[in-house]
Design a protein around this ligand. Structure first.
Ligand code: IVH
Length: 688
């Protein structure tokens, strides 16, 4: 294929893929099978690989995340992103309507648009000539963080705006066609669907990472990730609810704006509705709240946003300090009820964390019977002064785990019992220590709760991948003390297993075969499978790249660990304290003795061609982003400093270099322009 044909092919594939993304992620109504989609995508990846210079940042293949950033840049919003004032009752909402009528001196009904208020993170997207060019968080309303790379990974955010041809498919043929503006600023709420949030938290617990408190925190944490490859793994979605600057088009109403956004392929909430007068708004609020109690929404709603539809009227109404006069958030009732704490139980989580759980007299809260509520930790219990026997207000925040809001102290009769978490683990009787706000059992994998989870993690698909060891078997082996630590997996004998229930000759030898095969997994998998806190699959790979063997990693100093890009102080400390534990060292010793490979035989040596070299960057770089250049140098063992001195080995100059350039000339230091630097990196050979 020549270049011209390739470009045509690439354009065609991109357009097709963008359209199918839109059908799948925005409309939720795909028109091709997953396999067909994968085929198209694969074809695009292959064609782009043959002609890499034809790859553009808005290609669907570029949604997978990029090199991590050191910090976010800031982006100013052309028009400030405001917040909303709240109403909590029908009366307050009617007052809002009256204020508007008074201000505008209008007697008749105002036309409103009512829409769900999604609980997520406000962001702004900028499209230039239909191409997604940047995206930012709300920040302080005037400037936010540049999270472009992260937003690119959200599939319901189009990389290119679509034209009418596509939106016709939605059966809205009467819709006016809006040509694509030269500049479009779109506002919306990024959120994490509740099911996806729950799945993510289960995974995090497995990886010994602390779970997110609610979907909003999960969404915000994911968007504000410096490593967009992590964002790419998070199931995020968006609803667009407004616009900033739209160059060249003047809409008459909010409703019309929302329709134009839909026509350009942006995702707008399907429950958005025109309400003639405030009574219809109040009815809408009631309907939405009732629906919430009957069938939980796929995402967290915390109320309804009411907006004056006419943009002219919006202009006349203007802004009152930080929120517009023309809109209000009519919140839903927090779903709260009163009940009594019968007892407080203590659960032991996968990381050994002791979690106090209140066992309640069952109570129906918003249609769901609640019997337990999390008390989080001891600090929370002390702060709220929660005692066994207390009457408490419980709340279902959104659709997640119920919690105790407050104690009704007036109802105390004196027999309530204060609660303290035990200093011995309720499962294994080992010592419990305090680790920040958390009480933790110190027995690690010797504690049955932690051991079962540790084994589950060790044998998991991404770990040592021993398929024949399912949850039921793990329970069975731990309960029968056939396995007392993960290394015992490798000393399992046929005669030990066969006497247990549900095992036969064939299943035992299958399992033993799989265990045998797992001895040769990569070092990265072995490191991951140990379940060190903070060390997920990605960090495990980085560690395996840097160290030749588990031994070397075990004895690495704090300095040696933090020298590695992406290993921060917390991760380094977690790795060190894992290997300091006698028990963990013994397990590793046992693994080695059992024949588990603990070093990488084919070792790819890291390219450290800049080891010991100092670089200074000056002027505006045009080929590289400054942070990328810095990272590339550091990855190859070099260091970037800010001042030119005799110790400097190279000065890389961009456009308009400053005094550093003169100093470099004066000290006769090697000066490189960006092209020369690129050659030095040998980017063509892809060594980076
Ligand atoms: S309109 C001036 N519409 O609620 C108008 N906001 O407290 C500002 N939000 O920062 C926002 N859903 O993050 C609007 N349908 C919706 C919304 C919505 C959620 C969030 C948004 C905003 C906050 C306002």
């Amino acid at each position: 294929m020549n270049e011209k044909d390739a470009l045509k092919e690439i354009e065609k594939l991109r357009e097709e893929i963008n359209y199918h993304n839109y059908r799948y992620y925005t409309l939720d109504s795909p028109v091709i099978s997953d396999a067909e989609y994968d085929r198209l995508f694969k074809k695009l990846v292959e064609t782009e690989a043959k002609f890499p210079h034809l790859i553009t940042p808005d290609s669907p293949t570029q949604r997978v995340g990029a090199i991590p950033l050191k910090e976010f840049k800031t982006i100013s919003h052309t028009i400030p992103m405001l917040s909303l004032s709240n109403a909590n009752t029908d009366e307050e909402t009617k007052e809002f309507d009256e204020r508007i009528k008074r201000f505008l001196e209008i007697k008749g009904e105002i036309e409103y648009v009512a829409e769900p208020k999604i609980d997520g993170l406000a962001i702004e997207l900028v499209y230039l000539h239909g191409k997604f060019t940047s995206g930012s968080t709300r920040g302080d309303g005037y400037t936010g963080e540049d999270v472009t790379q992260n937003l690119k990974t959200i599939k319901s955010i189009p990389m290119r705006l679509l034209q009418m041809r596509q939106s016709e498919v939605r059966g809205e043929k009467s819709e006016t066609t809006y040509s694509i503006p030269s500049r479009l600023e779109v506002r919306g709420e990024v959120f994490m669907p509740i099911k996806a949030f729950e799945r993510l938290n289960r995974e995090r617990e497995k990886m010994n990472e602390s779970p997110f408190a609610n979907p909003r925190n999960a969404a915000a944490g994911s968007v504000r990730q410096l490593d967009s490859r992590i964002t790419a793994t998070r199931p995020l979605d968006i609803f667009c609810y407004g616009a900033g600057v739209i160059e060249g088009i003047k809409f008459k109403s909010h409703w019309e704006t929302m329709h134009a956004l839909k026509g350009w392929g942006l995702k707008v909430n399907p429950f958005i509705k025109i309400c003639k007068g405030i009574d219809e708004v109040i009815q809408y609020h009631k309907d939405m709240e009732e629906k919430r109690d009957k069938i939980p929404y796929e995402y967290e709603l915390d109320g309804v946003v009411v907006k004056v539809n006419s943009l002219d009227l919006q202009d006349r109404l203007g802004i009152l300090t930080r929120s517009p006069r023309w809109a209000i958030a009519y919140k839903f009732k927090a779903r709260q009820e009163t009940t009594r704490i019968k007892e407080i139980k203590v659960g032991v989580g996968r990381t050994g964390a002791l979690t106090p759980v209140a066992i309640l007299e069952p109570i129906v809260v918003g249609g769901v019977t609640v019997e337990r509520a999390t008390l989080h930790n001891q600090d929370e219990i002390d702060r709220k002064d929660i005692r066994i026997g207390d009457y408490v207000i419980v709340q279902r925040a959104g659709d997640v785990i119920p919690e105790v809001v407050t104690v009704i102290k007036d109802k105390r009769i004196g027999s309530e019992i204060p609660f303290k978490l035990p200093d011995k683990c309720p499962l294994c009787n080992s010592a419990v220590i305090r680790d920040g706000a958390i009480h933790r059992c110190t027995a690690g994998l010797l504690c049955p709760a932690q051991l079962k989870e540790g084994i589950r993690h060790f044998v998991s698909k991404r770990g040592m991948n021993i398929e024949g060891l399912g949850d039921r078997h793990i329970e069975q082996f731990v309960e029968n003390t056939v396995i007392k630590d993960v290394a015992d997996i490798y000393s399992l004998k046929k005669e030990d297993i066969i006497k247990l229930e549900r095992w036969g000759d064939k299943s035992v030898s299958n399992l033993l075969n799989q265990i045998e095969n797992s001895k040769n997994r990569t070092l990265a998998r072995l490191i991951y499978s140990l379940g060190i806190r903070q060390v997920g699959e990605h960090i495990a790979k980085i560690l395996a790249d840097d160290f030749d063997s588990l031994d070397e990693l075990m004895n690495a100093s704090y300095e040696r660990l933090t020298e590695i890009h992406e290993i921060g102080p917390e991760t380094a400390e977690s790795i060190m304290s894992f290997f300091k534990e006698r028990h963990n060292r013994d397990v590793i010793d046992k693994l080695r003795k059992a024949g588990v490979k603990t070093e990488e035989r084919v070792h790819k040596k890291r390219d450290l061609r800049f080891k010991g070299k100092q670089f200074v960057l000056t002027g505006t770089l045009s080929i590289f982003k400054r942070e990328d250049a810095k990272e590339l140098i550091e990855r190859l063992g070099g260091r970037v400093t800010s001042t030119v001195s005799k110790k400097t080995d190279f000065v890389i100059v961009g456009i308009d270099p400053g005094s550093k350039y003169d100093k470099a000339k004066e000290l006769k230091i090697k000066i490189l322009n960006e092209e020369e630097f690129k050659d030095l990196l040998d980017i063509k050979q892809n060594v980076i």
